[in-house]
Each structure stands twice: as C-alpha cells, then as structure tokens.
Design a binder for this molecule. Structure first.
Ligand code: GSH
Length: 274
C-alpha cells in the first residue's frame, strides 16, 4: 500500500456524528464487517442524534475528535491492525464519543502526519487543537474529558493481564520449541484465567473497564497470529479466559473497531520471519 487515505475532515459535525453512530452504511471502518448484522445501541443513538439535529448554531453538538490510526495494508480504506489504535477507538465507542478517523499508511507516512506525530506513531488524537500521542495518555484524557460512563480501572487491578502481550510476542517469535516461551505465555494466560474465574466476568468485576479495552485487542492479535503461524489456540482448560474473549469480541464496539484477520497476519509476519 503506498497511499494514505485521509477522511475529509471538513465534514460537518452533524454528519460525522451520524456516521459514527452507524447510520452511514459507507462507514470506512472494516467495511467487510458491515456485512455482519451489528446490533445498534438504540439509547445512545437516539440521544446523540437528537443533539445533532438541533438547529441552534450554539447547540452543543459534540465535534468529532480527529484520530489518526493505522490503515489496513490488505484492504484500502479500512482500519488497520494496531491494537493501541483499537484500544482508543473502543474507549471512544464505549463512551459514545464521536470521532473522525484518519487512516495513515505507516509504510509510507505522509508529511502532514509526521508534522503532528514526529515519532511517526499512531494513535494520535486532537484535543483542543493539540495532537496527543500514546494510547495510555489518550485514554486517560478521554476519561477526564468524557467521564460518563466511567471506564477507569482501580490502580490495583490496572496491570492484570499486562504481561500477556509480551509473552505472546516472545512465543510468536520463538523458533525453538524447548525455549520455554510457550510455557511463559501459558503461565500468564492461566493466572489471568484464575483471576477472571474469581473476580470476573471483567477485570474490574461486573463492568468493562479501561484494562479490558487495552487487553482485548491484544488477545485478538494473539488468537489470530498464533492460530496462523503456530497452529496454536488457547487451551480449552482455560475456560474463563475463553469466555472472557468471546464476550468482549462479540461487543458491538469491538466488532466495529477490530482489525481484519488478514491485516493481523500480515502485521506480524516480519516478527515471525525476522
Ligand atoms: N505506546 C504507544 C505504542 C503505539 C505504537 O507502537 N503504534 C505502532 C502501530 S501498532 C506504530 O505507530 N508504529 C510506527 C510504525 O510502524 O512505523 C501507544 O500505546 O500508543
């Protein structure tokens, strides 16, 4: 892919808000996935739509937040396979914050993008004319600016499952089956399974929170990449983890913001063959 696609950022707040809420069938997010029947969140749609149709120029139509994310490498004009980008989009979806996606071709970064993200990384989000990088910082800012619904995870639970991603990458890259990498991943997955068994269904109990929104995109990558490159899947014995994954992966917000399977496979290819 050599071209970056930028969504028109001049679209009105009203049309962008409606688009975000799923009324625009040409929504660029995972257009392949629009074939699936995605249930709508009626309550929030109605509320935001009513706000957006006010005729008063001073009405509080929420302006969509501009967010730069990785573009797909296999399917032009689709969201790509960055788990940190999905984390940010999931947070916006769960908080019903309208956003305007700018898809960035990370293989050929345009100058406008490097001007706003000198490190060349996504995600970046524009808050009050300032471009902010890093999903940790962005999700914290979203929590402060859009406190409802609250998604904060208590500090003592915030790092639950946080070693899963690095051990997944270790196992994915491993060429020696006896190097202990698979076991290291299994240890992390097993302790997460035990945690969810006792404290679940989510990391903070009954309600989804920021830690789940950070972990779930990584588990999605784990499932696809290890399935493809190692013919490996989460053992059935880890039933609580499996049902945690199934629950989150079937949320509207997750389906709408998830990476395409083929992008996840391509995205990890250099790590596997490197
Ligand atoms: N710590 C950052 C990590 C962001 C990150 O590593 N993003 C990757 C894409 S998944 C990126 O932009 N890489 C730059 C590149 O591929 O050139 C965050 O949480 O936002």
């Amino acid at each position: 892919m050599s071209t970056a696609r930028i969504q028109a950022n001049t679209a009105s707040a009203i049309s962008s808000t409606i688009k975000h809420l799923g009324f625009n069938l040409r929504c660029p997010i995972n257009s392949k996935n629009t074939k699936q029947k995605i249930p709508r969140r009626r309550t929030s749609n109605t509320l935001t739509l009513a706000m957006s149709t006010s005729s008063s120029p001073s009405s509080s139509v929420p302006s969509p937040l501009e967010v730069c994310v990785k573009a797909s490498v296999t399917s032009p004009n689709n969201l790509g396979d960055c788990p940190f980008c999905q984390r940010v989009l999931l947070t916006m979806e769960e908080k019903h914050v309208p956003y305007d996606l700018k898809l960035v071709d990370l293989g050929n970064k345009p100058e406008w993008f490097l001007n706003i993200s000198p490190e060349g990384k996504v995600p970046v989000v524009k808050f009050e004319d300032k471009w902010v990088p890093d999903s940790d910082v962005i999700t914290q800012a979203l929590e402060e600016k859009y406190p409802d619904p609250p998604l904060g995870t208590p500090p003592e639970k915030a790092s639950i499952g946080s070693k899963i991603f690095s051990t997944f990458i270790g196992f994915l890259k491993s060429k020696d089956p006896s190097d202990g990498m698979e076991q290291a991943l299994l240890n992390e997955l097993s302790s997460f399974n035990e945690y969810i068994k006792i404290n679940g269904p989510f990391i903070n109990g009954e309600k989804i929170s920021a830690a789940d929104l950070s972990l779930a995109p990584k588990l999605h990558h784990l499932e696809i990449a290890l399935g493809h490159y190692k013919n490996w899947s989460v053992p059935d014995s880890l039933a609580y983890l499996k049902s945690y994954m199934k629950n989150i992966f079937s949320l509207d917000s997750f389906i709408k913001t998830r990476a395409l399977q083929e992008d996840v496979i391509e995205g990890w290819r250099p790590k596997v063959s490197g």
